[in-house]
Design a protein around this ligand. Structure first.
Ligand code: G6Q
Length: 545
C-alpha cells in the first residue's frame, strides 16, 4: 500500500509540521509581508496560463518545504504514476482511476488489464462529435420531422453536476438557438418546470446514468418518456427523442433506447470525474465538438503539469498541501470557493461533490479509523454576491475560513467598467482578509471609542488567488483538473480512498424500504422503524391525504 505502516500523525514529517505550526502560529500575515518584501513573488507560481498567488496564506517557505516532505513521505509521486498508469488504486471497488485517459491525446496509450483504452475513448468522442454535429446543424430530426431545439439532460450527482456546471460556465460559447435544461431531483417539480414551455416535437432527452439504475434518473427518464409519448403518440418516436449515456447497454435497451443511440464510458471513470467522458454530451451539444476538444485539451495540460512538474512548482500539489495545512495544522473546517465570474455560478456546487464525496472519509486504505481531520467542507458563491451575505463571518467571525478566489483578466461580456469593479472587489477582499484593519487605524478614522472593537478587522485570514486570462473551454478544463488533482494530493496524504462513495448507500437502501410503506394501505402498526421515523411516516401520510 501507499504509505509506511506508521500512522500519519506519528511520522516525523507530520510532527515537524505540528512543531512548525506552533512556532509560526503567532505571526500575523502583516508581519510575514513586512519582514519579506519579496514574499508575493516567492510564494506565487505561473504555470500553463494560471497565476497562483498563495502568499496570503499563513505559511513561510519552510512550511512549504515541510509540507513537501510530508507529500514525499506519502509517496505522492509514485501514487500519481500509479493513477496515470491505470493501477487499481480505487481499492474498495477494485477499479482503476483513469479520468486522465479521457483527455489523453490520440496516439498515446494507457493500459488497463492489458488493453489500451485510448482508442476506445477517441472512438466514443468521434461518435459524440458526429451526433452533436447532426443535432446542431438541424440534420437530426425529431419524429415529426422538426429539428431539435431543446436538450434536456436527465442525470444526478456526477451525471448532472458536471454537465450543468460546464453548460453554465461555457454558455457564452454555446449555440444560442438551442435551449438546455438539466433535470436531476426526483422532486416532480424539477421535471415539470424543465419541460413546461418545451415542445416534445423539438426536444431531445439525454439520459445520463453510468449504471442506468439510479432511482432519481430512472424515475425522471420514465416521466420524460410518458411526457414525450403523450405528445408524440407512437413508441417509434422514442428513438428520435431519447439518447443514453451509460456503461450499461442491457438496461439502456430495456428502457427502449436503441444502443445505436448510446454513448458509452467505462468503470474506470468515477461519476464525479466524468464530465469529460460521454457524460459531457450535453456540453458538446452546447459548445460543439471543437469547443469540447479545447476543454479536453485544458484538462490534459493540467494532467501533464501535475504529472511532470516538481512538487514545489506544481499547482495542484501546492494548493492541496496548503489546504491540508489549513485543515490539519491550523484547524480550518471549511474552504470557501469564490469565483469572481458569473458564468462559474455552479462551480462551487460542482466542487462540493468533487471534494466532499471524494475526501469525506474517516477510514484509511488499511481499514483503520483516522486520528486526523480529512476532507474540508467546500462552499461558495460567485463574487460579488457573497460579499453582501456571508463574507461578514469570514472577516469577523470566530472561524478560520480559507478562501480560493478565482478571477479572470478579461471579461466575456465587456460592459462599461463592470469588470474592473468586479476585479477590484476580488483583490480588495483578499487584501482585507489578510491585513484587516487595526484598532489604531479605526481610531484614526475618528470612530467613537465604543465602536472601535466592532469596526476592527483582525485580518490574518488566508486565501489563494487564482488568476487566469479568460474563461474559455480550455481554462475551464484546467481549473476542473486543478481541483481533481488537489483532491488526489490530499487523499494520498490522508491515506483514504478518494474514489469510492459508500457513504451515499445507506440512505438509498432505507428509502427503498420506506417507499412501499407510504402506500395508504399500509397500517401504522406495520411500521417497524424507530418511534420517530414511524411517527413521521404516519404524519406525512396524514398530511398527504
Ligand atoms: C459520483 C457518484 C454519484 C453518481 C450518481 C449518478 O462519483 O458515483 O454522484 O454519479 O449517483 O449515478 P449514475 O450515473 O449511475 O446514475
Amino acid at each position: 500500500m501507499a504509505q509506511s505502516s506508521r500512522s500519519l500523525t506519528d511520522r516525523p514529517s507530520w510532527k515537524a509540521l505540528q512543531a512548525h505550526a506552533n512556532q509560526i502560529q503567532s505571526t500575523h500575515l502583516r508581519d510575514h509581508f513586512k519582514s519579506d518584501p519579496g514574499r508575493a513573488e516567492k510564494l506565487s507560481l505561473d504555470a500553463i496560463g494560471i497565476h497562483l498567488d498563495y502568499s496570503k496564506n499563513r505559511i513561510t517557505e519552510e512550511t512549504i518545504s515541510l509540507l513537501i516532505g510530508l507529500a514525499e513521505d506519502a509517496g505522492l509521486k509514485s501514487r500519481t504514476e500509479a493513477m496515470f498508469a491505470g493501477e487499481k488504486i480505487n481499492i474498495t471497488e477494485g477499479r482503476a482511476v483513469l479520468h486522465t485517459a479521457l483527455r489523453a491525446p490520440k496516439g498515446t496509450s494507457v493500459m488497463v488489464d492489458g488493453e489500451d483504452v485510448v482508442p476506445g475513448v477517441h472512438e466514443v468522442l468521434g461518435r459524440m462529435s458526429n451526433f452533436a454535429d447532426r443535432v446542431r446543424s438541424g440534420e437530426w430530426l425529431g419524429y415529426t420531422g422538426k429539428p431539435i431545439k431543446a436538450i434536456v439532460n436527465i442525470g444526478i450527482g456526477g451525471s448532472d453536476l458536471g454537465p450543468v456546471m460546464a453548460y453554465e460556465a461555457l454558455r457564452y460559447y454555446s449555440d444560442r438557438s438551442l435551449t438546455f435544461r438539466f433535470v436531476s431531483n426526483v422532486d416532480g417539480t424539477d421535471f415539470a418546470e424543465a419541460v413546461h414551455d418545451l415542445s416534445a416535437e423539438e426536444t431531445l432527452f439525454v439520459v445520463s446514468s453510468k449504471t442506468f439504475t439510479t432511482l432519481e434518473t430512472m424515475t425522471n427518464a420514465r416521466s420524460a418518456r410518458t411526457w414525450a409519448l403523450e405528445h408524440l403518440k407512437v413508441d417509434a418516436a422514442i428513438a428520435k427523442h431519447f439518447v443514453a449515456v451509460s456503461t450499461n447497454a442491457e438496461k439502456v435497451t430495456e428502457f427502449g433506447i436503441d444502443t445505436a443511440n448510446m454513448f458509452g464510458f467505462w468503470d474506470w471513470v468515477g461519476g464525479r470525474y466524468s464530465m469529460d467522458s460521454a457524460i459531457g454530451l450535453s456540453t458538446m451539444l452546447a459548445i460543439g465538438p471543437s469547443g469540447f476538444r479545447e476543454l479536453l485539451d485544458g484538462f490534459h495540460q493540467m494532467d501533464v503539469h501535475f504529472r511532470t512538474a516538481p512538487l514545489r512548482e506544481n499547482l495542484p500539489v501546492l494548493m492541496g498541501l496548503i489546504g491540508l495545512w489549513n485543515t490539519n495544522f491550523l484547524g480550518a473546517h471549511t474552504s470557501a470557493v469564490l469565483p469572481y465570474e458569473q458564468y462559474l455560478k455552479r462551480f462551487p456546487a460542482y466542487l462540493q461533490q468533487l471534494t466532499m464525496e471524494s475526501n469525506g472519509k474517516h477510514i484509511t486504505l488499511d481499514g483503520t479509523a483516522v486520528d486526523y481531520q480529512t476532507g474540508s467542507i467546500y462552499w461558495g458563491e460567485p463574487g460579488t454576491n457573497g460579499q453582501h451575505s456571508f463574507y461578514q463571518l469570514i472577516h469577523q467571525g470566530t472561524r478560520l475560513i480559507p478562501c480560493d478566489f478565482v478571477l479572470f483578466g478579461q471579461p466575456l461580456n465587456q460592459l462599461g467598467a463592470h469588470h474592473d469593479i468586479l476585479a477590484a472587489n476580488a483583490l480588495a477582499q483578499a487584501e482585507a482578509l489578510a491585513f484587516g484593519k487595526t484598532a489604531e487605524e479605526v481610531r484614526s478614522d475618528n470612530v467613537p471609542e465604543h465602536l472601535v472593537a466592532h469596526k476592527t478587522f483582525e485580518g490574518n485570514r488566508p486565501s489563494n488567488m487564482i488568476l487566469i486570462d479568460k474563461l474559455t473551454p480550455s481554462s475551464l478544463g484546467k481549473l476542473v483538473a486543478l481541483y481533481e488533482h488537489i483532491v488526489f494530493t490530499q487523499g494520498i496524504i490522508w491515506n483514504i480512498d478518494s474514489f469510492d462513495q459508500w457513504g451515499v448507500e445507506l440512505g438509498k437502501v432505507l428509502a427503498q424500504r420506506i417507499i412501499p410503506e407510504l402506500d395508504s394501505a399500509v397500517p401504522t402498526d406495520a411500521l417497524h422503524h424507530d418511534s420517530s421515523t414511524n411517527a413521521l411516516i404516519t404524519k406525512f401520510k396524514a398530511l398527504r391525504g
